[in-house]
Design a protein around this ligand. Structure first.
Ligand SMILES: [Zn+2]
Length: 301
């Protein structure tokens, strides 16, 4: 158990949602976790896409939900794990292999009493780059169906899950990117002596801007969710030297047409660790931590 002098400032934000929905965000000035309990991170097998469910002792967070046809899969996994509240959904960036399943999850929550969604965080994308795709519109409809409005990711916004603290790392401010991947909302999960870094589909430009802007100063992680499904255009040497992962998890589909994960990216990971786990080989991958130790479970195929 780590007992730290922990100053918690509770900031109340009033959102412009219909019905004046109120949310609270806890900002923690001290990164130490006050009382470690068990945190479980499920890298769900959604084929070629991302979906990660974080279960703390008090709060649950869902990062992405794979393609459109994976919404039902993610809902089934959520129910099987006995989760009835998702305190926060993070839609890392508006590509269908990340947000595709979210409208189904949100619709389910809106229509059923056994699941509640309390908040949805998204990147604040420059207006000229906001997509007009049907799936993005469905996502906004799903958020509204839960009487919520979008919470835009802000630097160092935090969520205390009870046993870990998630810190949000949005893309560097004032940047215009040619790919929506580089607007990915990243997040660091501090569980005590163990930690995770989630990257969405962040590629080299966003990595470089986060590093050069000093946003990632002092940020390391025991477990890295590889950016962009292990693509060669993510996980630069410089980024990996900052994060220093001891484990890498790659979320990608078996036999995917993109060739993910890329062999050069794998070589870069192997300079730091040989512990590289892949959902295309292992199915759903679960990591449980008490803040000191990690335990891995592979669904297998
Ligand atoms: Zn993707």
């Amino acid at each position: 158990m780590i007992v730290g002098a922990c100053i918690v400032i509770v900031v109340a934000f009033l959102y412009r949602a219909s019905g004046c929905y109120m949310e609270t965000i806890e900002e923690n000035e001290n990164e130490e976790v006050v009382d470690n309990g068990i945190t479980t991170v499920h890298f769900l097998d959604v084929g070629q896409g991302d979906s990660i469910l974080i279960c703390g002792t008090e709060k649950n967070i869902l990062i992405d939900a794979g393609e459109r046809d994976q919404g039902e899969v993610v809902i089934a996994d959520i129910k099987e794990l006995g989760v009835d509240t998702i305190d926060c959904i993070i839609a890392t960036h508006p590509h269908s292999d990340h947000i595709g399943g979210l409208p189904d999850v949100l619709q389910y929550a809106a229509e059923n009493d056994d699941l509640e969604v309390k908040q949805v965080i998204m990147p604040d994308i420059p207006e000229s780059d906001i997509p007009t795709t049907a799936i993005f519109t469905k996502l906004l409809d799903g958020i509204e169906a839960n009487d919520l409005s979008v919470t835009f990711a802000e630097y160092e916004m935090t969520i205390d899950t009870g046993s870990s603290i998630l810190t949000i790392y949005p893309p560097a401010e004032g940047k215009n990117y040619s790919s929506l991947n580089d607007y990915s909302v990243c997040a660091h999960l501090d569980c005590g002596d163990t930690s995770f870094f989630f990257t969405g589909d962040m590629e080299f430009p966003e990595e470089e801007d986060l590093l050069e802007g000093g946003y990632l100063d002092g940020v390391t992680a025991t477990v890295l969710k590889a950016g962009h499904h292990g693509s060669d255009t993510s996980s630069s040497k410089e980024f990996l030297n900052q994060i220093k992962p001891q484990y890498v998890v790659i979320s990608c589909g078996a036999g995917n047409s993109y060739g993910h994960p890329n062999k050069d990216a794998l070589t870069r990971f192997k300079k730091h660790t040989n512990e590289i786990y892949r959902t295309d080989l292992e199915g759903t991958i679960t990591c449980t931590t008490d803040g000191r130790n990690l335990a891995w479970t592979m669904e297998g195929r």
